[in-house]
Design a protein around this ligand. Structure first.
Ligand SMILES: NC(=O)c1ccc[n+]([C@@H]2O[C@H](COP(=O)([O-])OP(=O)(O)OC[C@H]3O[C@@H](n4cnc5c(N)ncnc54)[C@H](OP(=O)(O)O)[C@@H]3O)[C@@H](O)[C@H]2O)c1
Length: 242
């Protein structure tokens, strides 16, 4: 067994049908985990790429949707990946867009962490939580006020939960992906000016791929990171170093 081996572990990944969540699920599976691929729609494609996996319907239209998920059996790793973005000028930004983003990106994430931790503590076990944050956990972005607020919140929660749970056997960490080629960034890549401005600032000189995030998630789910607590790891091709 290596420090990156996940054999014998069960991991649940939210938003596992596509993008970063799909890549994370596949990578955790390749590292040996049994993966529960959770999504608001089918994750069959992801499940098909993993040796030991199953799908689960989890729709954060109800931010408390995961309240009972961890009671049925031991789940060792939770990757909170599901997230949405809404774009508009701050002066025009609608309440519905504020609430939708905060509910999925922050409220659901917190209560899913809570449900996971309660189950881990009830069985006197250990666990790993990996939250997917963002560069906008540190920066404001443009025309995405609720997204920036929610992702700053994810970084804050990661540290707050670390302080409560690190001594009780749960590592809580986050990954801050840079600009990754997924549905989430389609609008940016379709705008030649924004696309060029983004590429010009990335020291690595390219957009990130979902797989770039996936291996960091394996690290934060595995014994290799047992003494890593409350970290928000940038995986951004150097964007924040600039
Ligand atoms: N791409 C980037 O550059 C980037 C950068 C920083 C952070 N992130 C973060 O990375 C995470 C994954 O995003 P992505 O880039 O892979 O984008 P994506 O392809 O749009 O994936 C988002 C995932 O969240 C799921 N989701 C949305 N609303 C949901 C709900 N109500 N209940 C359950 N699942 C829901 C989506 O399901 P559906 O497919 O059904 O919509 C999808 O699986 C997000 O938290 C995002 O904020 C992305």
């Amino acid at each position: 067994m290596t420090a990156f081996d996940l054999n014998g572990r069960t991991a649940l990944v939210t938003g596992a049908n596509t993008g970063i969540g799909q890549a994370v699920a596949v990578a955790l599976g390749a590292a040996g985990a049994h993966v529960i691929c959770a999504g608001r729609r089918t994750c069959a494609e992801t499940v098909g790429r993993i040796a030991s996996a199953e799908e689960m319907v989890l729709d954060f239209a109800d931010p408390m949707a995961a309240r009972d998920v961890f009671d049925a059996r031991p789940i060792d790793v939770l990757v909170n990946n599901a997230g949405i973005i809404r774009r508009d000028d701050a002066t025009d930004f609608a309440e519905a867009d504020w609430d939708a983003v905060m509910d999925v990106n922050l409220k659901a994430l917190f209560f899913t962490c809570q449900a996971f931790a309660r189950a881990v503590f009830a069985r006197e076990g250990t666990g790993k939580i990996v939250n997917i944050a963002s560069l906008l956990s540190f920066q404001g972005g443009i025309r995405v006020p609720s997204y920036a607020a929610s992702k700053h919140g994810v970084a804050g929660l990661t540290k707050a939960l670390c302080n409560e749970w690190a001594g009780r056997g749960i590592n809580v960490n986050a990954i801050a992906p840079g600009y990754i080629e997924t549905n989430n960034t389609e609008a940016l890549r379709a705008d030649p000016e924004r696309n060029r401005a983004i590429l010009d600032r990335i020291p690595a000189g390219r957009w990130g791929r979902a797989e770039d995030i996936a291996q960091t998630a394996v690290y934060l789910s595995a014994p290799a990171s047992d003494y890593v607590n409350g970290a928000v790891l940038n995986v951004d091709g150097g964007w924040l170093a600039r």
